[in-house]
Design a protein around this ligand. Structure first.
Ligand code: ADP
Ligand code: MG
Length: 445
C-alpha cells in the first residue's frame, strides 16, 4: 500500500527539487531532460518518477538519476531507491502536463515567461530583438537563417521562445519546432539506433519554422553536423524559416565544418552584447514590478551596478533578496541585500590587483608609478599614494600589512592612516569624491 501522506509531502517537495535541478543543470539540460519528469509515487524507501518515453527514461537513469536521488534524500532521508519508469496511462500515472509544441517527441517546452512583452530592450540587444520580432511577425521569409549569438544568460533562449509563442498565437497553423542542438543530436542518435531515420528526417523537413538553440553543442560531432546540414538545406530550399542561436558568431564556431559555418552566416547574423548598467536596471525594475514587491530603488541600483556578469545571475540575485524578505517578513534594505548576497557579489567583483590600482592612480594624477613606492612625502605624490592605498583596501582582499608592503614597505599603521584620511577628505571635499568615483569606474572596467 502506498503511503499517501508521505506521497503528498514528496509531491510538494518535488516542485522544490525541480527548482534545485534547474539551478544546478541550467535551462537547456533541465528543460530537455528533467522538467518532463513527473512524480509518480513513493512506496517504502523507493520513489518512482515517470519519463515521457523509454529513451528519456534510459537517458535520465544513466545521467541524472544519482544526483536526483541525492537531492531527494536531502529532502527525505528515508529514500534509498529511485526508479524512473515510462509514463503510461495504464499505470495510472498522470501524463506530463507540459504543453509540447507540436509533436511531443521533437518539441521542447516553451517557458511561458519568455515572451516579447517580458523582454526589455536596450542598446546591447536591440538588433537581435528587432530581428526576432521581424521574423515572428512577417508572413514571408525575410532572412534565412536568423542567427542570434551572444554570451551565456543574455537572452538568446528568451528571444527564441518569444518568437515561437508569437507565431503560435498569430499563425496557429504554422508548424514550429524549437529544440536545443543537444536534443537534436539525441533524437538523431535515437533515430539511427531504432533505424527510424526516415521518420526523423520527415519530422524536421515538414516544418514551417525550425529553431535550434545552442548550436555550438554539435561542434566536433561530425555525423550530427552532416545530418543538420542536410536538414538545414532542405528547409531553406522550401523557403521555410530557420532560427539558430549560438554562443559565438558563425565564423568563430570551432569544430564546425566550413560549409556549415558559411551557410549559417547566410542570412542575418545578430549579436547580443554584454549588458549595460541601464539595461540591467531596466530589467530589475520590470522584474520587481512583476513580483509585486517593493524593492527600494537604491537596492535595484546597487544590484545593477554590482552584478554585471549576466541576466540570469541578476534575476537570481533579485529573487533571493525578495524571497528572503518575504520569508523573514522584513523590508528589503541595502544592508540586508549586501549581507545576503555576499558570495555572489564577491564572485562578480572583478579581480583588481594593487599594481593595477597604482598604475591607474598614477596615470590619473600624472605622477610616476615609482612614486607609489617612494619615500617622498610631498603632497603632490603623498595624496595620490594615500588614495591608491584606500582603493587597495576597498578593492582587494589584501590585509593592511600586505598593502603596506606593496607601497614601498610601509607599515600597516601608515595604510590605516591613509584609509582614514581619504575617508575624512571624502566627507568634506567634493572633488575627492569625484576623483574616487572616476577611479572606481576605470578599475571596475
Ligand atoms: P541565454 O539563452 O542567452 O543563455 P536566456 O535567454 O536563458 O539566456 O536568459 C537568461 C535569463 O535572463 C532568462 O530568465 C531571461 O528571461 C532573462 N533575460 C535575458 N534577457 C532579458 C531581457 N532583455 N529582458 C528580460 N529578461 C531577460
Ligand atoms: Mg540559452
Amino acid at each position: 500500500m502506498k503511503n499517501t501522506a508521505v506521497k503528498t509531502d514528496l509531491e510538494t517537495q518535488w516542485k522544490h527539487i525541480q527548482a534545485r535541478l534547474l539551478d544546478e543543470y541550467g535551462e537547456a539540460t533541465y528543460s530537455s531532460w528533467l522538467k518532463p519528469l513527473s512524480f509518480v509515487d513513493h512506496h517504502e524507501d523507493c520513489v518512482r518518477l515517470a519519463a515521457p518515453n523509454a529513451f528519456m527514461r534510459d537517458w535520465v537513469t544513466n545521467h541524472y538519476a544519482e544526483r536526483v536521488k541525492t537531492i531527494l534524500q536531502s529532502e527525505n532521508q528515508h529514500i534509498q531507491q529511485l526508479e524512473v519508469i515510462v509514463n503510461s496511462p495504464l499505470e495510472g500515472a498522470s501524463p506530463s502536463e507540459e504543453p509540447f509544441l507540436d509533436t511531443p517527441e521533437v518539441g521542447s517546452n516553451l517557458d511561458p515567461r519568455f515572451t516579447f512583452t517580458n523582454f526589455i530592450v536596450g542598446k546591447p540587444n536591440e538588433l537581435a530583438h528587432a530581428a526576432a520580432l521581424k521574423v515572428a511577425e512577417s508572413a514571408v521569409v525575410t532572412f534565412n537563417p536568423l542567427f542570434l549569438y551572444g554570451g551565456v544568460g543574455l537572452g538568446k533562449t528568451h528571444l527564441m521562445h518569444a518568437i515561437a509563442w508569437h507565431i503560435k498565437k498569430c499563425h496557429p497553423n504554422r508548424k514550429v519546432i524549437y529544440l536545443s542542438a543537444e536534443k537534436f543530436m539525441y533524437q538523431f542518435i535515437r533515430a539511427l539506433r531504432f533505424k527510424d531515420t526516415v521518420a526523423f528526417k520527415e519530422q524536421f523537413r515538414s516544418v514551417d519554422v525550425l529553431m535550434i538553440d545552442d548550436v555550438q553543442f554539435i561542434s566536433g560531432k561530425d555525423s550530427t553536423q552532416e545530418e543538420f546540414f542536410h536538414t538545414f538545406n532542405a528547409i531553406v530550399d522550401q523557403n521555410h524559416q530557420i532560427i539558430i542561436s549560438a554562443d559565438k558568431s558563425p565564423s568563430d564556431l570551432e569544430g564546425m565544418e566550413e560549409r556549415l559555418k558559411s551557410r549559417l552566416g547566410w542570412g542575418l547574423v545578430a549579436d547580443i552584447h554584454p549588458t549595460t548598467y541601464e539595461l540591467r536596471l531596466g530589467i530589475l525594475q520590470a522584474k520587481a514590478d512583476q513580483m509585486g514587491t517593493d524593492v527600494p530603488q537604491k537596492v535595484l541600483e546597487f544590484l545593477a551596478h554590482k552584478i554585471s556578469s549576466n541576466i540570469r545571475e541578476l534575476e537570481g540575485a533579485l529573487t533571493r533578496v525578495v524571497a528572503h524578505s518575504t520569508l523573514i517578513g522584513r523590508d528589503i534594505t541595502l544592508e540586508s541585500t549586501q549581507d545576503l548576497l555576499r558570495d555572489l557579489l564577491r564572485a562578480n567583483d572583478r579581480r583588481v590587483t594593487i599594481d593595477e590600482i597604482q598604475k591607474k592612480v598614477a596615470e590619473y594624477y600624472s605622477v610616476r608609478i615609482s612614486d607609489m613606492h617612494s619615500p617622498r612625502r610631498a603632497r603632490a605624490v603623498a595624496r595620490p599614494r594615500q588614495i591608491a592605498m584606500y582603493l587597495a583596501k576597498q578593492f582587494t582582499q589584501r590585509s593592511l600589512p600586505e598593502i603596506g608592503r606593496k607601497f614601498g614597505g610601509r607599515d600597516h599603521t601608515t595604510v590605516l592612516h591613509a584609509v582614514k584620511k581619504v575617508e575624512e577628505l571624502m566627507g568634506k571635499e567634493k572633488s575627492i569624491c569625484e576623483d574616487i568615483e572616476l577611479l572606481r569606474r576605470t578599475l571596475e572596467g
